[in-house]
Ligand binder design. Structure first.
Ligand SMILES: Cc1cc2nc3c(=O)[nH]c(=O)nc-3n(C[C@H](O)[C@H](O)[C@H](O)COP(=O)(O)OP(=O)(O)OC[C@H]3O[C@@H](n4cnc5c(N)ncnc54)[C@H](O)[C@@H]3O)c2cc1C
Length: 554
């Protein structure tokens, strides 16, 4: 790497360069089941540093053939997106400035943690509502590059809907603004005789010549994080051409994002939760549309395994909550003693309503409660809990948001193996789909927790496995293939939020077919002809490579 370091020095790189063994090991993991040890971790101080990194990589590629740059913010990616074997570019140390926030918009650097960003937006009664369950861990840069979604996505969709403008360092080593353009602006860009002009020209031709194929390739689900979102870039009817939409969710494979302008929504002052305890999942198909017709802000769920494991790891909740709230959690977690005797609920559903006043929220909850209550016996809903304020319902949010994090850190003999962790099928298919999914989980003897965004039909299945044992590893590919096939049979998407990375990148052709994947590959080549940005991910992923890098050290 000496040539690379020399080149950076010559160009006046101001950031940190750290190739110590401890740092390399620390950055060899994200929240996925893979590990890749980087050669060096760099922490650029400004956009100029990132331009220098790209220029140096281009310059040294002859001498160091596989030199590449992988962006990394908080490193909570579950697909292996934030690890690699060359240069990791860490945004968390210096790209942490929130430039401005108003009622409707925010301008920020990518390394800001979402939880810090939210403190500032709430001062203006505003929210960037697509935050993930990892809201306390993840950065806004990660949200953009994974096109994250979360509990409020039912109402607001995904992060791409809130990105107004980005600054991106492209593969020629120049930082540029990317924003929606009208046709005149696009024509002007396409006339430029530089890398940017060529990029716009080639992307426009690709999108225009394959317009119908691209539009019809858009997954028919409410959320999708797979592939490149070509269908959202060029709209002949409105004449808008918006490259931010293909950079969102690209996992840093098209360029490095240095600056973000978000639009915000008004934070609704009141919210309340209706919790349903389901002993049987058979009637979900009828229940879901009924709940959705009341237009809840969120509709989340977690299963009995999550409940048991959370009870098992109560001390960790104690740490998170403090003694008083912890005792409240212990006493209120289980619906009632009688229910325990009848058996733990199979599924816990959380339906949240927002509103301008507490009365409005209470009314919405009561209306739905009333409708479902009349069918209580039929649905075997044993208990309802009506929580008209957020503090009282915190226990359920804790279970839903923190269960995966707890499993990651607490189960010592087994490890979380997210490989079927994020599929989505439209809710109308769930009654047929879920029993079939359970059969696959049973067939491979996977001990798995299931939580998810019920309203979208998006499920997070997280098996706990002794992944270092060959017999356990051998289950990954066949189990994944069976689940993928089932998801695609029901016209779903392999990832709603967590993205492709190393785990789903290899199966893009199975999902989209070769013609569309070829368009994805052309896109990658237009942006990044020498493949310097985050190789082995998305269209450049192969299962052989991914399999060789399954995590061995915990
Ligand atoms: C407990 C837990 C729960 C989760 N729940 C959800 C959920 O509900 N919804 C959801 O969507 N995700 C979820 N995730 C996955 C992950 O937390 C999110 O995708 C999150 O937005 C990633 O943010 P990050 O800052 O950690 O990004 P990283 O992990 O650092 O990076 C994510 C991707 O973006 C790229 N990248 C990062 N910064 C840049 C940059 N500046 N320029 C270019 N590329 C960049 C990386 O290369 C990587 O491919 C969860 C993860 C955990 C551990």
């Amino acid at each position: 790497m000496d040539a690379f370091y020399r080149s950076l020095k010559q160009k006046g790189f101001e950031g940190d360069i750290d190739d110590s063994e401890a740092t390399r090991q620390l950055y060899s993991h994200d929240a996925s089941l893979f590990e890749l040890v980087p050669q060096v971790v760099v922490r650029p101080k400004n956009a100029g540093d990132i331009e220098k990194l790209v220029l140096s990589v281009n310059e040294c590629r002859g001498e160091i053939p596989h030199l590449s740059l992988t962006g990394r913010s908080a490193g909570t990616d579950m697909s292996g997106g934030a690890i690699n074997d060359s240069v990791l570019v860490d945004f968390r140390r210096y790209f942490t400035k929130i430039n401005s926030v108003s009622e409707h918009a925010a301008h920020t650097q990518p390394g800001v943690l979402y939880k810090d960003f939210e403190v500032e937006t709430l001062k203006h009664h505003a929210l960037m509502p697509t935050y993930p369950a990892s809201r306390d861990l993840a950065s806004v840069g990660g949200l953009v590059n994974n096109n994250s979604g979360g509990e409020k996505s039912l109402e607001y969709g995904k992060t791409q809907n809130f990105v107004r403008e980005l600054k991106v360092v492209f593969s020629d080593g120049v930082e540029r603004i990317v924003k929606p353009l009208n046709k005149d602006e696009l024509d002007k860009k396409m006339k430029q005789k530089d890398f940017e002009g060529e990029l716009y020209r080639k992307m426009f031709h690709l999108l225009d010549e394959n317009y119908d194929l691209i539009k019809s390739a858009k997954p028919k689900v409410s959320k999708n994080s797979t592939g490149y979102y070509l269908w959202d870039v060029w709209n002949r009817e409105t004449g808008v051409f918006d490259l931010t939409q293909v950079i969102c969710g690209a996992q840093g494979t098209l360029g490095l994002v240095t600056d973000i302008r978000f639009s915000l929504v008004k934070a609704r002052p009141h919210s309340g939760l209706l919790v349903l305890f389901l002993r049987d999942i058979d009637d979900l198909g009828e229940l879901i549309p009924k709940v959705l017709s009341y237009k809840p802000a969120t509709f989340e769920s977690f299963d009995d395994q999550t409940l048991w494991l959370s009870i098992r790891f109560m001390p960790s909740f104690l740490k998170m909550l403090g003694l008083r709230r912890f005792l409240h959690l212990v006493f209120s977690l289980i619906p009632d003693g009688l229910q325990l005797l009848r058996g733990i609920p199979k599924l816990i559903l959380m339906v949240e309503f927002n509103g301008e006043t507490e009365g409005e929220v209470r009314q919405k909850i009561r209306d739905l409660h009333k409708e479902l209550g009349s069918q209580r016996a039929r649905y075997e809903i044993n208990g309802f809990e009506e929580d008209p304020n957020e503090a009282a319902s915190e226990k359920f949010w804790l279970m839903r948001r923190y269960s995966f994090q707890l499993l990651r850190s607490k189960v010592k003999d087994k490890h979380t193996a997210p490989f079927i962790d994020d599929f989505i099928v439209n809710p109308e298919y769930l009654t047929e789909f879920l029993p079939k999914l359970r059969l696959i989980i049973k067939k491979y003897k996977l001990f798995a927790t299931i939580a998810g965004h019920m309203g979208d039909g998006n499920f997070h299945v997280i098996p706990l496995m002794k992944i270092e044992e060959p017999s356990e590893r051998a289950k990954l590919e066949p189990a994944m293939k069976e689940v993928n096939a089932l998801v695609l049979k029901y016209k779903g998407s392999l990832s709603a939020e967590h993205n492709d990375g190393m785990v789903r990148g290899p199966w893009l052709t199975q999902m989209y077919g070769p013609r569309v994947v070829d368009l994805f590959k052309q896109t990658k080549r237009i942006f990044d002809p020498s493949n310097i940005f985050n190789p082995h991910k998305k269209t450049d992923a192969s299962w052989d490579f991914s399999l060789k890098h399954i995590r061995e050290h915990f």
